[in-house]
Design a protein around this ligand. Sequence first.
Ligand code: CU
Length: 456
Amino acid sequence: MISRRRFLQAAGGIALPFADVGWRAALGSSPELPSPAEVSFDRSEPGLARGVITAAPARAQVDGRWVSTLAYDGVFPGPLLRIREGETVQLQLRNRLPHKTNLHFHGLSITPGGRGDNVWIEVPPGESFDYEFTVPKGNAGLHWYHPHIHGDSAVPMFRGLAGPILVEADHDFEHELDCDDRICVLKDVGIDGDAVAEHRTSDWYFGKEGNLLLVNGVRRPVIRATRSLMRLRLLNASNARYWRLKLSTEQPFHVIAHDGCLLDAPREADELILVPGSRAEILVMLEPGAPVDLLYLPTPRRGLVATPVQPILTLEPPPSATRVVLPSQLESWTRFDPGRATVERDVILSIYNICGRFLSFDRVDIEARAGAREIWNIRNVDVMDHPFHLHTWHYEVLDVDGRAPPYPIRHDMFNVREGETVRIGVHFVQHTGRTFYHCHFAEHSDQGMMAILQVA
Ligand SMILES: [Cu+2]
């Protein structure tokens, strides 16, 4: 087995900025991973969850410092919305910001109209809006929320308006899993004086990154495990940072879900890249006496100075081993059948535009028939990667430049590398209405790299 330092150099090609001994010794003072704050829901009526969330300027704790920023309920990142499948949610958004805002429920397959995931809603300063939607079966998983005001989302999101959503359900495999279960919101931030750093001109091109890599708002926390199996539910709530993750011990882990969708079975992996807006769930096995770090590795992106390899989270094993049973099956879901697709389209990504056009609210870019199966060729003709997001419907990734993914995979976020074509299959089931597809660099979507889909 090679040493950790040699491994890191091989993996990232970058020397560690600290000595192994130094960061291991410093662990004693590392903070425990805080669990996210939660919106408290009133569930006195069966099937109904009623809650309130407030967006406002705040002095919030970021990496242990009090920082002037924007926050939901005064916390960075925003509080968890814990919802049950099948439930109707009534969520009042109170806008105490000096500008209009709204909520996008990223990853939830709920109605894109009415009081649901309707990004046409705008809540003026000082006013409130009552969201109300039912979360159909099939939505269980980790999702998130953030503002979706065209032209004014990137700055509020970078400052802290972003939080996790966990939709809970009883899956058979969860009864077999004897594990710790933690939500980790990965969000980078820059701090300038006592405030969150402002956007510079170049950030609008490359996407805004911050030099502090935080998990649930703190740097390099520790989880003191009570079981040998750890389930990490990871959300990349960054504006533009790609989080490429690996374990320090070189051991593989098991991926069980992407973007809130379970895989058919746990799939072994050495490495995972979470693009902005994406989620993944992994299972990590811990051996007594052998702490494991979750390492951040840089993803080379044009024009950006690579952030060095660094541990972002330490998993301290339990004092004695507990039973580990990996489920053999997770969820059997219906694969997209390209033979039944009735429409095939090209969606061309270039800088700040899709198919050569900036977003216009006066135009529908794609009209699809309710119930139709469509194949979209997402072609990136630009000189940088763009993470592609479709609201409301998850899609299956069929191939990337003709290469099938390593296992059947559903997403609502997928990285389209420069020059690449990603072929996806979408089945427009369950919902109708108007919504968006766009690049999820918040800086790019703000500048018009969004388009409108209407399903009727
Ligand atoms: Cu983009």
